[in-house]
Design a protein around this ligand. Structure first.
Ligand code: GLN
Ligand code: ZN
Length: 785
């Protein structure tokens, strides 16, 4: 070896004990906390309910951490993360580390314990929880820090160092993970009541000292590496925001001395200006990139070069999907990188934390063997990362690689994946356009002639309360404990109760109440071809809440009608119009694990065609109004601004595909559960639905401001008149006031009266008085218009 190489080797951190001269190491960005069988969820809920002690909860958490670390160590992982465990959320943990507790939680100092922590996370008898919001474009939600100029920061949690020591006691050297200081601030919001011109980034001066303290504690405990997650680097940041990174790391430099620092980015490409900033940060010895969702980063590394003194952590194993890695493709990418940075500076990693994948495929006992061979959950991804690193070190596990290649090949050619007819139909949609022939105003006239609705028509969003009885009926039917006839009878009885209730309440457009549905995506996925379901494929959504997304593995088609039976049953029970209820293609796509062997829009178009068939069957069966929910349209918006227009174009097109084939007299509704769409209002209009019902009451009429600004809108619109997330029953007066506010900006003929969202999580004792008041308010206003 040349002298240069020798001196480079000498600078290598001591704990990577590398026997060979050139060794590519392995790293995992983060790991699921919830446990292979949701052990943490059950421990948390039992603790919250007072059924178990804090010690019980801590024991479960400790065991989980231990088994995760051991698993990573056994697989040969060099950089094993610690402090990625969390009792609720890692941003909340950072808030606690910084002592940034909002005053109302009454914390007065000292190490923050479970009481304050869980009050912030979940609220308590007297205080509401802190706000929760989506973590980038994932389905994970974090607790939003509330910061302001008068908040004092101090180190109020030693979790990072405690976890480091805990692993060390087990004989496992880890890389402690912290949320980076700049991303922390960029993901925060201003505390209420703060004068607007206050820059959250100005708080850097105040939080850096706490970071310094934590870092020096870690050093004192023996840590040689630390990972600072700065995922906001993938967003389109302005120059002030980018400068904050340079400032922060310059300030930290001295305290980071003697420590190897990995700055980890994920979820997308790091834009060129951010790339220049991150590769130039002082005191930083390694940078992690997402090379799965970032498609241009590799080019950047090639074109702009990569600092020769830094390690490159290459995220080639997807942390957000469930597919087995295409190992030979990854190997090619890694070899390219090796050529640029050298063998001793390359580390194989995951694209992001594995938090967004289910835990272990081993627990999938019901999944078909062939489909299973195509998958990798978190535990399997650890092995993939390590096998890739080994292969680069010249210790390729041929058996593992050839099994992987065989699975990749079987996935490509399997008849269960490929359906020629569906592929052709979907690809024919590319570049085409689909619209109803008649403009919305004339359609509304035609519909009104048929439906004859009063002004300010009332409706609900679809589901009625899901009782324990209903859940039992569905479960017993699934387990074949009751016959199909008994099941149908029970569900029809429920529908009839819901229909009768709505008639008594004097609602104008009725729903069947969705008693046959567990979940608005699963219900359709179970009936469509190309979907598979797991038993334990849980992914944390927030706190103890997990979701189990379906897996779309093949071309999607609809073998037979999915909702026509129940909707026509409901319609036969009343002379009022029944609204058929479907989940839209974008939402089905967003809330599933999606194929990675074709573009998302291709899969979305396939689903759109299946839903289109359903829409047309409902129409043919005499259902006059059909709602196609697109709850997830907004959340599918890509992080990178330059990709947003393309997404909106195909997403909106997919929606129009579902609805473009109906007659003018059939009324198409859509529903969305957020109102933060000021920037996508034109896309929503372009969906060309006849009526849009939309969440509105939790967000202080943000929605109305869009219309106040003069957006031209001709379709019907139902901004929610009350918040269904709260048990509070709104008075008729409250609702009337809200409607009046809407009337000030919206045409009276356009306005619908409905709650914010479905009622399935509420009790009848809340739903009946709330809807009674809603109808009363609408009726009173009708007399005044
Ligand atoms: N139709 C669905 C329901 O009422 C809509 C749910 C949603 O928007 N999340 O439950
Ligand atoms: Zn909703």
């Amino acid at each position: 070896p040349s002298l240069l190489n020798l001196s480079r080797r000498l600078r290598r951190p001591s704990f990577i004990q590398i026997g060979r001269v050139r060794a590519v190491a392995s790293h995992i960005v983060g790991y699921p906390r919830i446990g292979p069988k949701r052990e943490l969820k059950f421990a948390l809920e039992s603790f919250w309910d007072g059924r178990s002690s804090a010690e019980d909860l801590e024991k479960v958490a400790k065991d989980l951490r231990m088994s995760i670390w051991k698993q990573m160590a056994d697989a040969g992982t060099k950089f094993i993360p610690s402090n990625t465990f969390s009792y609720y959320d890692h941003i909340l943990d950072t808030t606690v580390m910084l002592g940034a507790v909002p005053h109302r939680y009454g914390w007065t100092g000292g190490e923050i314990g479970f009481d304050v922590y869980f009050s912030m996370a979940r609220g308590d008898a007297t205080l509401p929880a802190m706000e929760m919001t989506k973590w980038f474009d994932t389905n994970y939600h974090y607790i939003v820090p509330e910061l302001g100029p008068d908040l004092k920061f101090s180190c109020a949690s030693h979790k990072a160092v405690n976890e480091y020591k805990e692993a060390k006691e087990l004989g496992i050297e880890t890389i402690p993970v912290l949320v980076g200081p700049v991303s922390y601030l960029l993901l925060s919001k201003l505390a209420e009541g703060i004068e607007k011109p206050f820059s959250l980034l100005s708080l850097l001066q105040k939080i850096i000292p706490v970071y310094k303290e934590v870092v020096s504690e870690l050093k004192a405990a023996g840590a040689t590496w630390v990972q600072l997650d700065e995922p906001t680097l993938v967003l389109d940041l302005d120059s002030d925001q980018l400068k904050a990174f340079t400032d922060a790391y310059t300030q930290l430099e001295e305290s980071l001395h003697g420590l190897n620092v990995l700055v980890e980015t994920y979820f997308a490409d790091v834009p060129a200006d951010a790339y220049r900033v991150v590769t130039g940060l002082r005191g930083v010895s390694a940078i992690g990139f997402d090379l799965v969702h970032g498609e241009k980063t590799l080019e950047l590394i090639q074109d702009l070069s990569f600092p020769s003194d830094k390690y490159l952590f290459a995220g080639v194993v997807d942390g957000r999907n469930i597919w087995a890695n295409d190992l030979s493709a990854s190997l090619r990418t890694l070899k390219t990188l090796e050529g640029i940075v050298g063998k001793d500076k390359l580390v194989v990693s995951t694209s992001c934390s594995l938090l967004h994948t289910p835990v272990d495929l081993v627990n999938e006992t019901k999944l078909d063997g062939e489909i299973k061979s195509w998958l990798a959950f978190a535990a399997q991804k650890i092995v993939e990362v390590n096998e890739l690193a080994k292969a680069l070190r010249g210790e390729k596990n041929e058996a593992f690689f050839s099994a992987n290649a065989a699975a990749q090949a079987s996935r490509k050619s399997s008849p269960r994946v490929n359906d020629k007819a569906v592929q052709e139909a979907a690809s024919a949609l590319r570049g085409s356009d689909h619209r109803r022939a008649t403009p919305v105003t004339s359609r509304l006239d035609a519909q009104q002639k048929k439906l004859n609705l009063p002004i300010l028509p009332t409706t609900t969003i679809g589901s009625f309360p899901q009782t324990r009885y209903l859940r039992r009926i569905r479960r017993e039917y699934k387990e074949s404990k009751i016959s199909e006839a008994e099941y149908v009878k029970a569900i029809k009885e429920e529908i009839s109760k819901v229909v009768r209730l709505q008639e008594e309440l004097d609602i104008d457009v009725l729903v069947h109440g969705e008693p046959e549905r567990n979940d608005m995506v699963e219900y359709f996925g179970e009936q469509l071809k190309g979907f598979a379901f797991t038993v334990n494929g849980w992914v944390q959504s927030y706190g103890s809440r997990c979701v189990k997304p379906p897996i779309i593995y093949g071309d999607v088609s609809r073998p037979k009608p999915m909702t026509v039976f129940w909707s026509t049953a409901a319609q036969s029970m009343t002379t009022r119009p029944i609204k058929g209820m479907l989940t839209g293609p974008v939402t089905i796509l967003s809330w599933s694990f999606v194929r990675n062997d074709q573009p998302r829009f291709e899969t979305c178009y396939q689903i759109a065609l299946a839903i289109k068939n359903e829409v047309e069957d409902l129409e043919a069966a005499g259902i006059p109004v059909i709602q196609i929910d697109e709850a997830a349209l907004r959340e599918g918006l890509p992080l990178c601004k330059s990709e947003q227009a393309f997404y909106l174009e195909w997403a909106v097109h997919a929606f129009r595909i579902t609805s473009c084939g109906v007659q003018d007299t059939t009324q198409i509704h859509t529903h969305m559960c957020y109102s933060n769409f000021n920037n996508i209002i034109h896309s929503i209009i372009d969906m060309d639905a006849d009526v849009v019902t939309i969440e509105n009451s939790r967000s202080a009429d943000k929605l109305l401001s869009v219309f106040r600004e003069g957006v031209r809108y001709h379709a019907g619109i139902g901004p929610g008149v009350y918040d269904i997330h709260s048990p509070r029953i709104p008075s008729a007066e409250d609702i009337g006031n809200r409607i009046n506010k809407m009337l000030a900006v919206l045409e009276k003929n356009a306005l619908w009266v409905n709650p914010d969202c479905g009622l399935k999580t509420r009790k009848y004792s809340e739903v009946i008085p709330a809807l009674t008041n809603m109808v009363a308010a609408a009726k009173l206003l009708r007399t005044q218009l």
